[in-house]
Write a protein that binds this ligand. Structure first.
Ligand SMILES: [Zn+2]
Length: 264
């Protein structure tokens, strides 16, 4: 069993058996992997709280031939991002970001740029005054990095470059579609205003250090969030909790927090 050292971001952490924990993480040099930490839930565990979601850490891993599950033998925390767990809005947005990474990336396919994007995304979330918007911009960039860049230059279904009428975003086609193609889509398209289209195009094209300055509110925010939400659902094959779901149901906050923690 060779020892592998990796810098990784914890995406999800689940109970396993009586005392163990299984974590899904995105490692810079290994991509998305899963590992088991034996005894991680014992009171005096050597892992402590190091395997919590959003934590950036250095892992010592043992790889067993023929087994996709690594054994985690040691963890050093690089950044705990603990502020993301102290605010419900930040926690929900951070959970959305790591859940989308877990859902749309293949196992064992490392992309150092994706790793850095997630690391920077979580760091910028700590400073964000609008966590759901930061999570939205992160998802648009992530879709681009994973081969699912929303198509806004031509019809995503037939390729036509000149499209008349109000822009229609097809979650199934992965971008704007022309009116005849919109009518042929099996699921309803999201109508975008020109302002929403301009926001989406800027979010796709702006350099990462500039994109965090983008702001959206009102109709633009609602339309782009709806388009990306539905597109991510298609790409990942399932519905994930939205970035602001805790603030949508304040009367059920405790249930929602339990739900988030259960998924992480
Ligand atoms: Zn078309």
């Amino acid at each position: 069993m060779p020892l592998v050292k990796a810098t990784a971001i914890i995406l999800q952490s689940r109970r396993w058996g009586d005392a163990d924990r299984i974590v899904t993480c995105y490692a810079k040099t290994l991509g998305k992997i899963r590992g088991v930490a034996r005894g991680a839930r014992r009171q005096k565990s050597r892992f402590g709280a190091a395997l919590e979601p959003f934590t950036v850490c250095r892992l010592d891993l043992f790889e067993k031939t023929g087994d996709s599950l690594f054994r985690i033998s040691h963890v050093d925390v690089v950044s705990s991002c603990h502020s993301l767990r102290e605010d419900l809005g930040l926690m929900a947005a951070a959970a959305r970001m790591v859940n989308v990474v877990a859902a749309v990336t293949p196992d064992g396919d490392p992309d150092p740029v994706l790793f850095e994007t997630l690391e920077q995304g979580l760091a910028s979330l700590c400073q964000s005054e609008d966590p759901a918007c930061t999570a939205l911009l992160f998802q648009i960039r992530l879709l681009g990095l994973t081969g699912f860049r929303p198509q806004t230059d031509h019809c995503a279904a037939c390729g036509k470059t000149r499209m008349a009428g109000a822009p229609q975003f097809s979650p199934l086609a992965g971008g704007l579609v022309c009116i005849p193609c919109a009518a042929r889509q099996h699921t309803r398209c999201v109508a975008l205003s020109q302002g929403s289209l301009a926001f989406l195009q800027q979010a796709i094209r702006l350099a990462p250090h500039l994109v965090t300055r983008l702001r959206a509110a009102g109709q633009v925010r609602e339309e782009v969030e709806a388009a990306i939400e539905r597109y991510v659902t298609v790409v990942s094959g399932r519905r994930l909790p939205p970035a602001d779901f805790l603030s949508r149901a304040p009367q059920r906050v405790q249930e929602a927090v339990s739900s988030v923690r259960g998924r992480l």
